[in-house]
Design a protein around this ligand. Structure first.
Ligand SMILES: Cc1cc2nc3c(=O)[nH]c(=O)nc-3n(C[C@H](O)[C@H](O)[C@H](O)COP(=O)(O)OP(=O)(O)OC[C@H]3O[C@@H](n4cnc5c(N)ncnc54)[C@H](O)[C@@H]3O)c2cc1C
Length: 402
């Protein structure tokens, strides 16, 4: 089979890219492994950063102008995607960031959209919240913010892509390289998979997130400046009787305490039918991972029980009157770039990439996927208002050294 565009990585960004790339007259495929069941995890080495039921999403990023431009476009597109696919994506719970002198970190566009609250004001509005241990201010975005289910975003993007003719292939790609074959004088790339037969494509786009350098997807010895951080979440089960009490709870993040900065999501229903509040660190409690074995080991491990207790205690200090029914943890990974922005760039004339979520890739996902899809198809204005320089991939060993 020969494709015009082969997208590797069926996660948040790749699935969006597949939807945007699948235009009439263009043959597109999206390759990536589906989420493993619990019993199959030990046999897997490629996982994903979106295996969860809740991700903070919002129209205004708040403290980063360029990310804000991407979040605003993504937020609008997810609303449209929800309408066209009928898959429910967003819960409009609002978003609140709290800490010391929060106003000073906000970009001007965000300031006009939010309410400035004192810690006391937070308590008046949400009697079950106490944010005072982090500082005396908070910014609340009551509308156009909340949480979305990343699995559902992936499902909706793939549903729309498939309806537009995209082939979706459940497999892991082992290697990508020049094939030596041509079509109408145009060179072709060869994509080798774990299970399926190799395929040929005019262009290949890597949307492989934290896993980009763990198989042979980039031309050797290219090395991207892309770190992998092992992250974890602590989920506290909310009893049925408590759900009404926390009904108005927004998604939240603290700012200004390097030791204990965290994000908190309100009660969300998980596939086991139970509701959990989730907390995760936004600091150095994330472990740096390098090899495929490191990453696999991380996904199959458990977080340090001391850290689990600490984050449980933080959540219970912020959310008052909450008696969790049970505690669960999840392991995950994030990829980060030195620019704090995604890389959306061509590595060679036929190989492009869109990677580097920096812990906020869900809320950027549709727009990064759109940019990458237009870039790989040779579009001129794919970057719109964001200078390409800002999205350029940075390398430790660059492809030009080959
Ligand atoms: C605990 C945690 C909490 C987070 N919270 C938020 C949040 O609240 N808001 C937010 O915006 N973001 C959040 N993020 C970040 C967000 O989930 C990621 O930035 C996002 O998933 C990145 O999307 P992606 O498509 O680049 O990567 P992924 O979603 O990981 O997708 C990459 C895909 O590529 C596939 N793949 C990799 N290698 C191969 C290969 N060789 N062959 C085939 N397929 C391959 C993987 O299986 C995966 O499906 C969080 C991340 C974590 C870990």
């Amino acid at each position: 089979m020969m494709y015009d565009v082969c997208i590797v990585g069926a996660g948040l960004w790749g699935s969006s890219a597949a939807r945007h790339a699948s235009l009439p007259g263009r043959k597109v495929c999206l390759i990536g492994p589906s989420e493993p069941q619990e019993k199959d995890r030990p046999g897997r080495d490629i996982f994903a950063s979106h295996y969860d039921a809740g991700r903070n999403v919002r129209k205004y990023h708040g403290y980063h102008h360029t990310r804000g431009s991407l979040t605003t476009k993504t937020f609008q597109s997810l609303l449209q995607l929800e309408a066209t696919t009928g898959v429910k994506l967003n819960t409009k719970a609002g978003f609140m960031v709290f800490g010391k002198d929060i106003r000073s970190i906000m970009v001007p566009s965000a300031k006009t959209e939010c309410l400035l609250l004192t810690a006391e004001g937070v308590c008046e509005r949400y009697p079950f919240l106490d944010t005072s241990r982090y500082g005396d201010t908070a910014m609340l975005f009551p509308v156009d913010a909340g949480h979305a289910n990343p699995r559902m975003i992936v499902r909706a993007q793939q549903k729309a892509a498939a309806l537009q003719g995209c082939d979706i292939i459940d497999d892991v790609v082992e290697s990508v390289g020049e094939s030596g074959d041509h079509t109408h004088g145009e060179p072709l790339m060869r994509v080798v998979m774990e299970k399926g037969r190799p395929l040929l494509a005019k262009k290949v786009l890597l949307c492989t997130g934290a896993f980009t350098q763990l198989k042979n997807l980039l031309p050797s010895p290219t090395k991207l400046d892309l770190e992998i951080q092992g992250a974890f979440t602590v989920k506290l089960e909310v009893g049925e009787g408590d759900l009404e009490k926390f009904r108005t709870m927004p998604t939240m993040a603290s700012h200004g305490d390097p030791e204990w900065d965290c994000y908190i999501l309100p009660p969300i229903k998980y596939p086991d039918g139970k509701h959990y509040m989730k907390i995760g660190p936004m600091n150095d409690d994330e472990r740096r991972l390098i090899t495929l074995e490191d990453v696999k080991g991380w996904f199959l491990s458990q977080p340090d029980p001391k850290l689990v207790k600490n984050y449980k205690d933080i959540l219970l200090a912020v959310v008052k009157g909450f008696n969790p029914v049970s505690v669960k943890t999840d392991m995950c990974v994030c990829s980060s770039t030195p620019t704090g922005l995604p890389y959306c760039d061509m590595v060679s004339p036929r190989l492009g990439l869109a990677v580097g979520g920096n812990g906020c890739g869900a809320m950027l996902s549709d727009e990064v996927g759109r940019m990458a899809a237009e870039m790989i198809a040779g579009g001129e204005n794919w970057n719109r208002d964001i200078p390409r320089e800002m999205l350029k991939a940075q390398f430790i060993t660059s492809p030009s050294n080959l």
